[in-house]
Design a protein around this ligand. Structure first.
Ligand SMILES: Nc1ncnc2c1ncn2[C@@H]1O[C@H](COP(=O)(O)OP(=O)(O)OP(=O)(O)O)[C@@H](O)[C@H]1O
Ligand SMILES: [Mg+2]
Length: 235
């Protein structure tokens, strides 16, 4: 059982050999007073659920931008070890706002950050979706509890809300944006946002009150360059 879990952990880690996990030696981890059986089980769970949250196109994505890497370091430092397993769990911390024109790699860096946390062995329980999909799931309709859907995204330890400001605006969309951002802002829950709205137009596009919160809660990274999809530089 132990061996098959260790093999499964290695198979996830093998695809990202340049990332050094926080725990590499399970017996040393045990010697530090942690329960390595639980740590191995939890680590495999983190790797598997994170892999499921990453869509096919971004399966090999890794965070490479230095500011994104610095944000990951901050989150890892703030993540405290669980009592029994000693595995670090993300709780509160800064958010990340990835800006830049179409095709500059915002979604790639976002999924790359989520992947990196999992390879490091940090429990972030990520939920990831284009924000338009979150609106679609929340739309009031028969037998759907919009509030329950909202809460499932609002509560999640690490939320990746892709493409903020891309959907057609309406009062309802503005209200959802405000509630979601404000919920995460108040509780200092780490969130990755991406948007291809130019920084100066963000307030006009998503509302000044939402933009103001984002600026305070996020490390902002502006990606530059050409559209990788048109350059043939896409993965
Ligand atoms: N650092 C990278 N290395 C290799 N491929 C990359 C890298 N960054 C992005 N790509 C690839 O380039 C393409 C565009 O990247 P991505 O989807 O992240 O752009 P985006 O900024 O999110 O664009 P949009 O604003 O249209 O959503 C994708 O196929 C992605 O896999
Ligand atoms: Mg994108």
């Amino acid at each position: 059982m132990h061996d098959s879990r260790l093999e499964a952990i290695a198979s996830y880690r093998d695809a990202f050999p340049h990332i050094t996990p926080l725990i590499t030696d399970w017996s040393a981890h045990e010697n530090q007073g942690a329960d390595s059986f639980h740590a191995i089980k939890e680590t495999l769970g983190i790797l598997a659920t994170t892999d499921q949250a990453i869509p096919l196109r971004y399966k090999r994505a890794d965070a490479t931008d230095p500011q994104v890497l610095a944000w990951i370091d901050e989150l890892v430092e703030g993540a405290s070890p669980a009592r029994v397993s000693g595995v670090r769990k993300v709780s509160t911390g800064p958010s990340l706002l990835l800006l830049g024109p179409t095709g500059t790699g915002k979604t790639f860096q976002g999924y790359g950050a989520i992947r990196r946390l999992s390879i490091l062995g940090v429990n972030a329980s990520p939920s990831a979706a284009p924000i338009a999909d979150i609106y679609a799931k929340m739309r009031p309709r028969h037998q759907v509890d919009s509030e329950e859907v909202f809460e499932s995204y609002a509560h999640t330890p690490l939320l990746f809300a892709d493409d903020l400001g891309a959907a057609k605006t309406s009062e309802w969309v503005e209200e959802v944006n405000m509630r979601l951002v404000n919920y995460r802002y108040d509780r200092q829950l780490p969130t990755i946002f991406t948007s291809n709205v130019p920084p100066k137009e963000l307030g006009a596009k998503i509302g000044e009150r939402v933009a103001s919160r984002l600026i305070e809660m996020c490390r902002t990274v502006v990606l530059k360059g050409d559209d990788r999809r048109r350059q043939g530089r896409a993965a």
